[in-house]
Design a protein around this ligand. Structure first.
Ligand code: UD1
Length: 420
């Protein structure tokens, strides 16, 4: 397995360009199942999770083609099989997003129960309940979800929790249902809005995009066309934290600053200087970091996907910070590894109490999930000496060229391939 070696102590400086958003590209790729004509997606990042979704589309008979520069072409009309097997779905929870579009388009779908990052139980009950409201018949047996529904009917759907994936799954299905659907307590994450905007560009009728009530007027078919995926806010936020915690001066380009408001605000509270202009975020780190309290929340609250990275910074703040995780029940796996680097963190239920220490010291550490891996790399940037991060394959699911991007900013980061 690959590992990354970081020699800490460099101050990051310069410009870094953000890639397309993985969490927007994945549901949009799933949504191409609904289309009748070819689709061209732009700004699709080159990541392992994108490969996984491409493989799933191919296993339905759909033809795909990747081109340099983030172009992803799909010919959906060759759809002829309806099963997403365990071997593919277990690698990534987002594979489950094909259930809604597949059953809406073809009347049937068989999708393995999902896997993905080990950050909690992550059930799919909200997805299933919402699809059942549209008239989909669902049975779970032998680890597979089997869905049937020849004619989906619009319905009033109230989600128990604004789940990102469940909102996306039912939104896709509702576009081809007969009549109107109203999705209440919908997730408002920018990636949900990007999916909705893609569907509208293909001919869907959706109102309330960006709010927690989505009105969908079912249409007979969706066409095709070109669509550009939004920038990755979590990648942008990872570089913002990296710039701040190394006392650096980093400008993030090709971003959508409006999507990063809660993290920008938190970094300002910590003492960093952030200047936001059209599509650019400049971060200048302070000499000393103030402790903060932070609680993860659905958008527009502080994103759970940036919690681990911020915690890496707080390990060296002057005082005690409290980090509360309210979205996932097991998202503190980076804590034990940060402690190996010398951080002083204790966990109390869903709170991590982070007592700032003067510095971290490098050691071998193990990545456990996607965003935890990013946090460990960031910690390595400020740790004295060498930090070796093992199991970095998690990182490749969500960050495009991260070592190259960090190196270009002046970090001393090197990847060793398996066996090196
Ligand atoms: C998406 C993101 C992930 C992010 C998360 C929360 C993608 C590919 N992934 O994941 O990076 O961390 O949103 O912003 O977009 N839940 C249930 N039942 C369900 C569905 C969810 O109990 O049927 C729970 C989950 O276990 C979790 C919480 O709801 O505790 C949030 O999950 P959800 O918003 O669905 O996250 P994902 O769509 O899986």
């Amino acid at each position: 397995m690959d590992r990354i070696l970081i020699r800490g102590g460099s101050r990051l400086q310069g410009e870094v360009q953000v890639s397309g958003a993985k969490n927007a590209a994945l549901p949009i790729m799933a949504a191409t199942i609904l289309c009748d004509e070819p689709v061209t997606l732009e700004n699709v990042p080159n990541l392992v999770d994108i490969d996984s979704m491409e493989r799933i589309l191919c296993c339905f008979g759909i033809e795909t083609k990747r081109e340099v520069g983030g172009i992803f072409r799909v010919e959906p009309k060759t759809l002829r099989w309806f099963e997403a097997p365990y071997d593919l779905v277990r690698k990534m929870r987002a594979s489950f997003f094909v259930l809604g579009p597949l059953v809406a388009k073809s009347g049937q779908a068989r999708v393995s129960m999902p896997g993905g990052c080990a950050i909690g139980r992550r059930p799919v009950d909200i997805h299933i309940k919402a699809l059942e409201k549209l008239g989909v018949e669902i049975a779970v047996s032998h680890g597979y979800v089997e869905a049937h529904g020849l004619e989906l009917r619009g319905a009033e759907i109230v989600l128990d929790f604004p789940s990102v994936g469940a909102t996306e799954n039912v939104l896709m299905a509702a576009t081809l249902a007969k009549g109107e659907s109203v999705i209440r307590n919908a997730a408002r994450e920018p990636e949900v809005s990007d999916l909705a905007n893609f569907l509208v560009a293909m001919g869907a009728k959706i109102e309330g995009i960006g709010t927690d009530v989505l009105h969908v007027q079912g249409v007979q078919s969706l066409s095709g066309g070109a669509y550009r995926v939004i920038p990755d806010r979590i990648e942008a936020e990872t570089f913002m934290v990296a710039g701040a915690m190394t006392g650096g001066d980093v400008t993030i380009t090709d971003a959508t600053p409006d999507h990063c408001t809660s993290v920008i605000e938190k970094l300002r509270q910590i003492g960093a200087r952030l200047d936001v202009t059209d599509g650019k975020i400049r971060v200048q780190g302070p000499d000393e970091f103030k402790p903060v309290e932070v609680s993860t929340m659905p958008y527009p609250g502080f994103p759970t996907d940036s919690q681990a990275q911020l915690m890496a910074l707080l390990t060296i703040a002057k005082g005690t910070s409290i980090v509360k995780e309210t979205i996932f029940e097991n998202r503190f796996m980076h804590v034990s590894e940060l402690v190996r680097l010398g951080a002083d963190i204790t966990i109390d239920g869903n709170c991590a109490i982070v007592k700032g220490v003067p510095n971290l010291s490098g050691s071998p550490i193990m990545a456990s999930d996607l965003r935890a891996s990013a946090a460990l790399i960031l910690a390595g940037l400020i740790a004295r000496g060498e930090t070796e991060v093992l199991r970095v394959y998690h990182l490749d699911r969500g960050y495009e060229h991260i070592e190259a991007k960090l190196s270009a900013l002046g970090a001393n980061v090197e990847r060793f391939r398996r066996g090196q």
